[in-house]
Design a binder for this molecule. Structure first.
Ligand code: ASP
Length: 437
């Protein structure tokens, strides 16, 4: 690797070292458990150790580190995605390589997403978690409007398909950034990366250096956020448990089991893919990607994990930089198998709760919508559930039903992000082999 890239690798390692060392994920898990216990002790519908108003005020305060943590990640996510994608493409060698990779990677991503959704759909139909919910609780969730903040005010609008395709090109990149339209941002960054590939090195260098600095700087800020991650987990779960109480948590237990089992099955599918379609053995692959998985679990953001994923791919698995630097940034933003699976399970679960019957045709439509929605879901914490609202509206389930599952979303977000990141690393391993043929 050229000297400059090693220097970048070193700076990245320094800023991410804290996340990996000191068992951060374990401390986050402890924060989560303590948060739920504290929430149960204080919640008016739990042990109610203090009066309701007091409990809600405490909830607001303990949630503060969580809000700061999420804020820091959100703050740097757009520059991080832009810099990583531009660098990924600009450093990936040649246009020919991009073309060969692109032709293979897009069908691959779509196939794995469809597999993920099918696993989710199959399990939610077998386990049927929606029937375990007390109808009174479902009605209450509609009335409470607890999810109001998370539900987008506008849903998929009725643009025609050619209009939607034309809309992918951001005619006003600043507006795309302002509105956090991730798909447009990804496309603008890819174009910039391709353009850099096509201009002479001397002219491209200052811009590439700027992107390198932007990436390292963003990771530095994320690593600061990680210092408070355990407190964030404590506060976010504590606050939500105070608000929704124990009953609500227990009643969606079966739904959680469904999502987690489906995610575990998807992990098994990845291992199978690695065994069948890559040059790695499973043990080597699993130990090579561990750090990226831990960061994904801790940050709940595929984008924030991206630089570490690239590092794991190149340094631990010896994947060619031209593969990893193209596949991982692209995958982090458009390949979200865990999110797609989760959105499918959640949508069918809420259909079961609210008695909406889906015909086989509607199920296929739901699958297609979910593939599209997961591509458009930004790689940041907690957005999978926001995008879910638009899916629900499409199939006639009240989006307020999200109130029912929002309490457990943090935990599921951490797990689905881990699956998303594993999917990108699996894709890199497979592409490495396919391109060497
Ligand atoms: N947090 C997920 C990710 O960044 C997206 C989601 O909310 O599902 O991969």
């Amino acid at each position: 690797m050229p000297a400059k890239q090693s220097a970048r690798g070193k700076s990245l390692s320094e800023s991410t070292q804290f996340m990996i060392s000191q068992h951060l994920w374990l401390r986050i898990l402890a924060g989560m458990v303590l948060g739920i216990i504290t929430g149960l002790l204080l919640s008016p519908s739990g042990f109610a150790l203090v009066e309701a108003n007091m409990a809600f005020t405490i909830g607001e305060w303990i949630k503060l580190p969580g809000v700061v943590f999420l804020g820091l990640i959100q703050m740097v996510i757009v520059p991080l995605v832009i810099c990583s994608i531009i660098l990924g493409i600009a450093e990936s060698g040649s246009m020919e390589m991009i073309r060969r990779l692109g032709l293979r990677i897009i069908p691959y991503f779509i196939t794995t997403t469809v597999i993920a959704i099918s696993i989710g759909m199959a399990l939610v139909h077998i386990i049927h978690p929606g029937t375990a919910i007390d109808p009174a609780l479902a009605e209450m969730s509609l009335a409470s409007g607890a999810a109001a903040d998370s539900i987008p005010s506008h849903t998929f609008n009725d643009l025609t398909i050619p209009q939607r395709i034309a809309n992918l090109i951001p005619t006003n990149p600043a507006k795309a950034e302002l509105e956090r339209n991730m798909l447009q941002i990804v496309i603008a960054s890819m174009l910039a990366g391709l353009a850099l590939l096509g201009i002479e090195d001397k002219t491209a260098k200052p811009f590439k250096d700027l992107c390198i600095a932007g990436q390292v700087l963003s990771m530095k800020i994320i690593s600061w956020g990680m210092v408070i991650a355990p407190f964030a987990a404590f506060g976010l779960l504590g606050n939500i448990t105070i608000r929704i109480g124990a009953d609500a948590l227990v009643s969606v237990g079966l739904y959680m089991v469904t999502v987690l089992t489906a995610l575990a099955c998807m992990m098994a599918v990845y291992l199978l893919i690695v065994k069948l379609f890559s040059d790695f053995n499973i043990r080597q692959f699993v130990s090579g990607i561990r750090e990226a998985q831990l960061i994904a679990f801790s940050t709940s953001s595929s984008a924030a994990t991206m630089p570490v994923s690239i590092q794991c791919a190149e340094e631990k698995l010896d994947i060619r930089p031209d593969v990893s630097r193209f596949v991982i940034p692209l995958g982090a933003t458009i390949n979200m198998d865990g999110t797609a699976l989760y959105q499918a399970v959640a949508a069918v679960f809420l259909c079961q709760v609210f008695g909406v019957d889906l015909s086989p045709g509607e199920l296929v439509l739901l699958m297609m919508t979910t593939v599209g929605a997961s591509i458009g879901t930004p790689a940041t914490p907690g957005v999978g559930i926001v995008v879910l609202a638009t899916i629900l509206v499409g199939i006639g389930v009240p989006a307020e039903g999200i109130a029912l599952i929002i309490g457990v979303d943090r935990i599921l977000d951490m797990c689905r992000t881990t699956v998303n990141v594993t999917g990108d690393l699996t894709a890199s391993a497979v592409m490495q082999k396919w391109l060497s043929k």
